[in-house]
Design a protein around this ligand. Structure first.
Ligand SMILES: Nc1nc2c(ncn2[C@@H]2O[C@H](COP(=O)(O)OP(=O)(O)OP(=O)(O)O)[C@@H](O)[C@H]2O)c(=O)[nH]1
Ligand SMILES: [Mg+2]
Length: 600
C-alpha cells in the first residue's frame, strides 16, 4: 500500500491558504524545474484569479520523500462554508491557518467548530508573521481560547504550532528560531496526521465530495477511497442519499499530481481520485462494490439561506447586448449550474422567472457574473433571506458579524447596526487606533449594509460575517435610507442635464449612456424617490455661449458593479444584467404603475 496523508487547508478568507499550498507544491519538488508556476496556482478559474479568492475547493497531491500527500485547498469565504464541512470528512488532518495580525475571525470559528466536531487533530499555522503589525503570541492565545470554548479534547488542545510567512516560503516551529523553509511543515504533517484507515482488501467504498464537469467525459465525481480498490472499467453500484442503488461503470479514473490530472488504471484505499462515467453521481453518494454494497453515511448539505429571482430581461433595451436572452436558455444554464453546485437550488415561478437560492450574496453574484460573461442577459431582484418554520416558530438566518474599524467610527456603526436589529457581543481595541466589534445580527439586516459601512468608515473598515443559525424572526429592520433618482425619459443621458442633477444626490450614470423611463440613474440625497430628466440638452440661444459654461464639471459617477448594485436595490427595483452593462431600474417602469403597485 502507498504511504499517504490526506489533509485539508482551512481558514478564514484571505488568511493565506492558497498561497500556502503554492509553497507546499513548490518546496516538495512536485513541479519540474521547467514548469512555470503562477501565484495562487490552485485558484485556477477566471473569477478566482480576478478576485483573488478561492470559490471552489480543489485538490492536489504532492510527493514528499516516499509519501504522497493529498491536499485539499478550501474556500475561506462564509458563503462556501458548507463545502469546507464536506471536505473535512474526506481527510485525516487539517492545517488551520490564522493571520498573525487579524487573529480569530468569524470563519475561523466556523471551520474550527466543524473540524473539532469531526475529531480531527489540527496543525495550527500562524501565517503572515512578516506583517509589521503581526502579534503571533496574542493570536496563539486566541486560538487556544477558541479551542477551549468549543470543547476541544485534550488531544486536540495539544496542537502543534507552525509560524509561517507562506508568501515567502518561510516556516518555523518557534518564533525565536531563525527563518526556515517548509521542511518543518512537511515533517509535522507526516508525523501528526494519522495514516488513512481502511483496507485495500475490503469491499470497495468511495465517497464523492466534489463534482466537476468535462465536455468529453461528462460528470466527474471526486472521491476519497475509504476501502477496497477501484479500477478503470469496474462495474459499481452507486448508493444515493435516499437509499436508491444505481448500476454504473467507471469509464475513466483520474489521479492528481501537482497541477496535473492524469488517467490512471487503478487506485486503492486511502487515496483521492476522480471518476467519470456515472452520470447520476451526486455529492455524498457512495461508490460501492456491486457484490457487497456498503453505503457510507450520506453527507449533510447545507440549507440555502438566501433567494434571488432571476428573470428574462424585459427592459426597453432588452436583447441588444446579450447572446442568450430567452427563458429556455436561462433555464438550461441554471440546470447546468445545479448539476455541479450542490449548495444552490432553483425553481421556476411563472413565465421566465426563476427563484435561485444559495448560501449568500457572493455565491449568487458569482453565478450571475459567470452568466453575463457567457453572454447571458437577464434581470435579478433583491436578495431575500429564507424564512422557515421551526417547531411552529417563524425563524430567519442569523449571522456572526465582526467589524474592524477606526475607533472614532465605532459609535456610528453600533447605532446603525442597532437599527438593523444587531446585538453587540464584544468590543476590543486592536491597536493603531482600530477597534473590533462583534455582533449577532439577522442576515436580513446585513443586506445593503456594506456600502453604508464603507462610506461611514471612509473605506477603512473591514467587515466579515458567517452563518450562525436560524433564530426566531425579529421583525422590521431598517433598509436603504435614500431614494432613487429615476429617469422620466428614453434616450441618451447628456452632460448638461446630469450637471444640473448632480446636487440632487450621487449619480450612477455617465454622459452618453443610454437611459430609459424607469431606469435609476442615481441615489437621491433624501429618502424619497425623485423623477428626473437626464436627457435634456441646453436650450439653444442665438448668442454664442462663452467658453465658461461649456466647461461642465461633472463628478465621476459612482461605479455600481454587480455586487454593489445588488446590495443597493430595494424590493421594487431590479438589476438588468447584460454582458456589457449593469443597469438599475424600477420594477414598474411607468410612474403611474409605480404609484398603483406602490413602494412598501
Ligand atoms: N504579508 C503576507 N501576505 C501573505 C502571506 N501569505 C499570503 N499572503 C497574501 O494574502 C492574500 C490572500 O492569500 P490567499 O492565499 O489567496 O488566501 P486564501 O486563504 O487562499 O483566501 P481565500 O481562498 O479567498 O479564502 C494574498 O494577497 C497573499 O499574497 C504572508 O505570509 N505574508
Ligand atoms: Mg484560497
Amino acid at each position: 500500500m502507498q504511504k499517504i496523508r490526506n489533509i485539508a487547508v482551512i481558514a478564514h478568507v484571505d488568511h493565506g491558504k492558497t498561497t500556502l499550498v503554492d509553497g507546499l507544491l513548490k518546496q516538495s519538488g512536485t513541479f519540474g524545474t521547467h514548469e512555470q508556476v503562477n501565484e495562487r496556482a490552485m485558484d485556477s478559474n477566471a473569477l478566482e484569479k480576478e478576485r483573488g479568492i478561492t470559490i471552489l475547493s480543489k485538490n492536489t497531491a504532492i510527493r514528499y520523500g516516499d509519501h504522497k500527500i493529498n491536499i485539499i485547498d478550501t474556500p475561506g469565504h462564509a458563503d462556501f462554508g458548507g463545502e469546507v464541512e464536506r471536505v473535512l470528512k474526506m481527510v485525516d488532518g487539517a492545517l488551520i491557518l490564522v493571520d498573525a495580525y487579524e487573529g480569530v475571525m468569524p470563519q475561523t470559528k466556523f471551520v474550527v467548530k466543524k473540524m473539532l466536531g469531526l475529531g480531527i487533530k489540527p496543525i495550527v499555522v500562524i501565517n503572515k508573521i512578516d506583517k509589521p503589525s503581526a502579534d503571533p503570541e496574542r493570536v496563539v492565545d486566541e486560538v487556544f481560547d477558541l479551542f477551549v470554548a468549543m470543547d476541544a479534547t485534550e488531544d486536540q488542545l495539544d496542537f502543534p504550532i507552525i509560524y509561517a510567512a507562506a508568501r515567502d516560503g518561510i516556516a518555523k516551529m518557534d518564533m525565536a528560531d531563525p527563518d526556515g523553509d517548509f521542511t518543518c511543515m512537511f515533517n509535522t504533517i507526516l508525523e501528526k496526521v494519522p495514516e488513512p484507515t481502511g483496507d485495500a482488501e475490503n469491499p470497495t467504498q468511495l465517497q464523492v465530495f466534489t463534482l466537476d464537469y468535462d465536455n468529453y467525459v461528462g460528470k466527474i465525481g471526486i472521491a476519497r477511497i475509504f476501502n477496497g480498490k477501484i479500477a478503470k472499467g469496474d462495474n459499481i453500484l452507486l448508493a444515493k442519499a435516499d437509499g436508491e442503488m444505481v448500476k454504473g461503470k467507471i469509464s475513466k479514473l483520474i489521479g492528481f499530481l501537482g497541477l496535473n490530472r492524469m488517467e490512471i488504471q487503478e487506485a486503492e484505499a486511502g487515496d483521492i481520485v476522480a471518476v467519470a462515467g456515472i452520470e447520476t453521481v451526486d455529492v455524498g453518494d457512495t461508490i460501492c462494490d456491486p457484490q457487497n454494497p456498503m453505503p457510507l453515511d450520506p453527507m449533510h448539505i447545507e440549507e440555502p439561506t438566501l433567494t434571488v429571482v432571476f428573470s428574462v430581461n424585459d427592459s426597453p433595451l432588452a436583447g441588444q447586448e446579450g447572446k442568450h436572452v430567452t427563458a429556455n436558455k436561462i433555464r438550461e444554464r441554471l440546470d447546468a449550474e445545479m448539476n455541479t453546485n450542490v449548495a444552490m437550488r432553483y425553481e421556476t415561478v411563472g413565465e421566465g422567472k426563476f427563484i435561485v437560492s444559495g448560501r449568500g450574496e457572493l455565491q449568487i453574484t458569482i453565478l450571475a457574473e459567470n452568466m453575463r460573461r457567457e453572454g447571458f442577459e437577464f434581470g435579478i431582484g433583491r436578495p431575500e433571506v429564507i424564512v422557515k418554520e421551526i417547531e411552529g416558530v417563524k425563524c430567519e438566518p442569523f449571522e456572526h458579524l465582526v467589524v474592524d474599524l477606526p475607533a472614532d467610527n465605532a459609535g456610528t456603526i453600533i447605532e446603525r447596526l442597532g437599527r438593523r436589529k444587531a446585538e453587540m457581543k464584544a468590543m476590543v481595541p486592536m491597536g493603531e487606533g482600530f477597534t473590533r466589534v462583534e455582533f449577532e445580527i439577522p442576515a436580513r439586516g446585513l443586506i445593503g449594509f456594506r456600502g453604508q459601512f464603507l462610506t461611514d468608515t471612509k473605506g477603512e473598515g473591514v467587515m466579515n460575517h458567517s452563518f450562525l443559525e436560524f433564530r426566531p424572526y425579529t421583525g422590521n429592520v431598517e433598509s436603504r435610507q435614500y431614494g432613487a433618482l429615476i429617469s422620466t425619459e428614453d434616450g441618451v443621458a447628456l452632460a448638461y442635464s446630469l450637471f444640473n442633477l448632480q446636487d440632487r444626490g450621487v449619480l450612477f450614470t455617465a454622459p452618453q449612456t443610454k437611459v430609459y423611463k424607469g431606469m435609476i440613474i442615481g441615489e437621491h440625497s433624501r429618502s424619497n424617490d425623485l423623477d428626473v430628466n437626464p436627457i435634456k440638452g441646453k436650450a439653444q440661444s442665438n448668442v454664442r455661449s462663452s467658453g465658461a459654461d461649456e466647461a461642465i464639471k461633472l463628478v465621476p459617477p459612482r461605479d455600481m458593479n454587480l455586487e454593489r448594485a445588488l446590495e443597493w436595490i430595494e424590493d421594487d427595483e431590479l438589476l438588468e444584467v447584460t454582458p456589457i452593462n449593469i443597469r438599475i431600474r424600477k420594477r414598474w417602469l411607468d410612474p403611474t404603475d409605480r404609484k398603483r403597485y406602490g413602494k412598501k
